[in-house]
Design a protein around this ligand. Structure first.
Ligand SMILES: Nc1ncnc2c1ncn2[C@@H]1O[C@H](COP(=O)(O)OP(=O)(O)OP(=O)(O)O)[C@@H](O)[C@H]1O
Ligand SMILES: [Mg+2]
Length: 403
């Protein structure tokens, strides 16, 4: 262990901390807006969803204070501390770091190490495997800023990756650095920070190729000005892509070579998936002011079981084959179903999550294609749910919403 027992006091937090971390305190959750001048930076106390670096500011500060391992240039934390931030742990002074990613630690170690080399990181996987989530937390832990983000779509233009122009300025004064509007990638290069590119493979292939020079030469030429922006040490790129979507462009092999690909797997066991869902539901619920649902664990396990069985095409005891519906039924969808169920229970029930609160959500997630998926669902309902011990209430609730 090279983490010193004594916190080093000389670690200034450079970003103003807007809201004290809202997570894991165990006490009452979201408070009314504090009186006094609204000096908090945008995107903090009142944000519907604070950025990772704000939501977990206290954990990041504690890690920075106690981390005495070497840090790559411009990194806020050492690679070891970044991995600890993602996987969770307890620091020598007793500070508890909550796990953000639930899965093999090795995956996170490989991802973090990639960022410390000169290769970019590509997080690949089926929908809902936490690619975006991991990318945000990595950027927050490494650079203290997860907002240098390009959302890839079929319409993403080159300017979104390189730079654009402020046309009023351009027409009035001609091309100049003042008229140039840097992309998040350009800003990350200049500042030695982490840029994020979401859904890389949705970006048209010729636009994707803009990244080749950036990633291999680490420079972004600005021919209009006869200048270039050279990446400063500390610059890196995290891209995400999912391998299931239709209408996805392939990565050119030239670009693929510049990325180290890390595949994020589906949760390996039902227990791991239940843990992910309950952890996230708890966090989301707190940010929505929903009451905690200590008795909701059974329902969460039920949602996860249904999703896993339908996804894998076989019941958890391995006895009965079932058909899989057309949707992906990812962990992310299980999280939405349970969160929605909790809201139903809070607003229209007695606050306790019950079968009836999740049934409609499950039906909506499973039946994407009204004809084919409905048949799959009915078969599953009659052959599996109906026969299972202790699932009568759930069967009834599902029958009610399926009718
Ligand atoms: N292994 C995991 N550990 C922690 N959280 C997880 C895990 N898998 C899924 N999640 C949760 O699932 C939710 C959705 O994840 P996210 O949006 O990052 O998925 P994604 O892989 O980017 O999906 P998409 O391909 O649809 O963009 C997040 O709230 C995340 O916390
Ligand atoms: Mg995503």
């Amino acid at each position: 262990m090279s983490v010193s027992a004594e916190p080093t006091p000389a670690q200034p937090t450079e970003r103003p901390v807007g809201n004290p971390a809202e997570q894991g305190s165990g006490s009452a959750s979201v408070s009314a807006p504090a009186p006094g001048p609204a000096s908090a930076p945008a995107g903090s106390a009142e944000a519907l969803r604070p950025h990772a670096e704000d939501a977990f500011a206290a954990e990041l500060a504690a890690l920075a204070a106690q981390d005495d391992r070497p840090r790559p240039p411009r990194w806020r934390l050492s690679p070891w501390a970044v991995a600890t931030y993602l996987m969770g742990g307890t620091l020598p002074d007793g500070t508890v770091i909550t796990p953000k990613y639930v899965g093999p630690r090795r995956i996170v170690e490989v991802a973090v190490t990639t960022l410390a080399t000169d290769r970019a990181l590509l997080l690949l996987g089926v929908p809902g495997t936490a690619k975006t989530w991991v990318s945000e937390h990595l950027a927050a832990a490494v650079s203290g800023d997860s907002t240098l983000l390009v959302q890839g779509t079929a319409g993403t233009p080159e300017e979104a990756i390189r730079y654009g122009w402020n046309y009023a300025q351009l027409l009035a004064h001609g091309p100049s650095r003042d008229a140039l509007v840097p992309s998040p990638v350009m800003r990350a290069m200049a500042a030695g920070m982490t840029a994020r590119i979401e859904e890389l493979t949705r970006i048209p292939a010729d636009v994707q190729d803009t990244l080749i020079t950036i990633l291999s030469e680490k420079t972004l030429p600005i021919p209009e000005l006869g200048q270039e922006v050279q990446a400063v040490r500390g610059f890196s790129v995290i891209a995400t892509a999912n391998d299931r979507d239709r209408g996805v462009n392939d990565l050119s092999s030239a670009l693929r070579r510049r990325f180290n690909t890390v595949v994020l797997p589906l949760p390996e066991s039902a227990d791991a998936e239940v843990e992910i869902v309950s952890r996230r539901v708890d966090q989301i619920g707190r940010s929505l002011d929903l009451p905690a649902a200590p008795e909701g664990m059974d329902e969460i396990r039920r949602v996860v079981t249904v999703f896993r069985e339908l996804r894998e095409g076989i019941t958890s005891d391995g006895r009965t084959k079932v058909k899989s519906p057309s949707g992906t039924l990812s962990t992310a969808e299980a999280i939405s179903v349970v969160t929605h169920g909790l809201a139903l229970a809070a607003h229209f029930g007695d606050g306790v999550l019950r079968a009836g609160d999740v049934a409609a959500g499950i039906l909506g997630a499973v039946v994407r294609d009204p004809a084919a998926d409905r048949v799959v669902w009915q078969e599953y309902l009659e052959a599996v749910v109906r026969e299972r011990d202790g699932w009568k209430d759930f069967y009834r609730a599902c029958r009610e919403v399926s009718a």
